[in-house]
Design a protein around this ligand. Structure first.
Ligand code: GPP
Ligand code: MG
Length: 289
């Protein structure tokens, strides 16, 4: 058997909320995701980190300007995916990883290219799973990188079969206790879990207006920072590295808000949320003990 599936697990009966989330992702065709992904067939559904080359905004030729902004945003998103992947290792080509909420599949490809490992990605959107599998076939890696149309809370994948797993901006769609119970089940002892997430800042108080607007925009439910650590501890996941990426992601949003051909309308809300201290962009790496 080349896959860690115990059996063919259909998408379990899901809540009305989960159906609406799936509807969103089945319909989603934002240029900010498709135009960036097209550049090298790495389709990401997360934001970027790192310093921006602002000279792209001064490009005099309007067509070239658009191209350079698109490429710069993609470079920053790719940098985020590489940062997450770096925390999964070391891994060998025999190892298997689990990509929870895999979207159009970019993160699993990044992990595979870095480590040669097998990957199972899970998405609640049939369309995303189909798209991601087509990309893996096109790259000739479909025997090692597979995407499944399933619920990440109840994957049907094999217990203890995974050396590493992650959520890249997908944990705000689910109850953390259910999510971490599934990661703890799938990870072998000593395995590594990584989450990159937007969370609301407990020191601010409760969810700010901007956090609520982000929730409404994506149909998600952003958790407070504290909820992550409580839930990880309840599920034998012990943080080994915590990084506040808030400063590192703000340049991405500064550039994205000026990318007229790519904006979705949520850009200023993210910047305000980060600036008023109500929202944080966080990476947590944890060991499964
Ligand atoms: C980005 O996906 C992430 C989410 C939708 C989850 C919400 C994330 C938070 C940090 C709150 P995307 O790349 O599809 O979004 P967009 O279309 O805006 O680029
Ligand atoms: Mg995006």
């Amino acid at each position: 058997m080349t896959t860690a599936e115990a059996a063919t697990a259909p998408v379990p009966i899901q809540s009305t909320y989960q159906t609406h989330v799936a509807d969103y992702w089945n319909a989603e065709e934002n240029p900010v995701n498709l135009e960036l992904g097209k550049l090298d067939d790495l389709y990401h559904h997360h934001y970027g980190v790192g310093a921006v080359d602002l000279s792209v905004l001064d490009e005099p030729d309007p067509v070239r300007r658009r191209e350079r902004i698109t490429a710069e945003l993609h470079r920053l998103e790719h940098g985020q995916a590489e940062l997450l992947a770096a925390h999964l290792g070391p891994l060998s080509p025999e190892d298997r990883v689990f990509d929870a909420g895999c979207g159009r599949g970019g993160g699993s490809v990044v992990a595979h290219l870095r480590y040669g490992c097998h990957s199972d990605g899970v998405t609640i959107s049939a369309k995303q799973a189909e798209f991601a599998n087509a990309q893996a076939r096109k790259r000739g890696i479909a025997d090692r990188v597979r995407y499944h149309h399933r619920n990440m809370l109840d994957t049907g994948l094999r217990s203890g079969a995974y050396a590493a797993s992650w959520n890249n901006e997908s944990s705000m769609y689910v109850e953390l206790d259910l999510l971490f119970a599934e990661h703890a089940r799938l990870l072998r002892r000593g395995g590594r879990y990584v989450v990159v997430t937007g969370c609301y800042n407990d020191t601010y108080g409760r969810a700010s207006r901007e956090v609520s607007l982000i929730n409404a925009h994506y149909i998600c439910d952003i958790h407070p920072r504290s909820a992550y650590f409580r839930a990880l501890a309840r599920h034998r996941l012990v943080p080994v590295h915590v990084e506040d990426l808030t400063e590192a992601t703000m340049p991405y949003w500064e550039l994205r808000r000026q990318a007229d051909h790519l904006v979705t309308g949520i850009e200023d809300t993210f910047l305000t949320a980060y600036r008023n201290g109500s929202f944080q962009y966080l990476l947590i790496a944890a060991d499964r003990v």
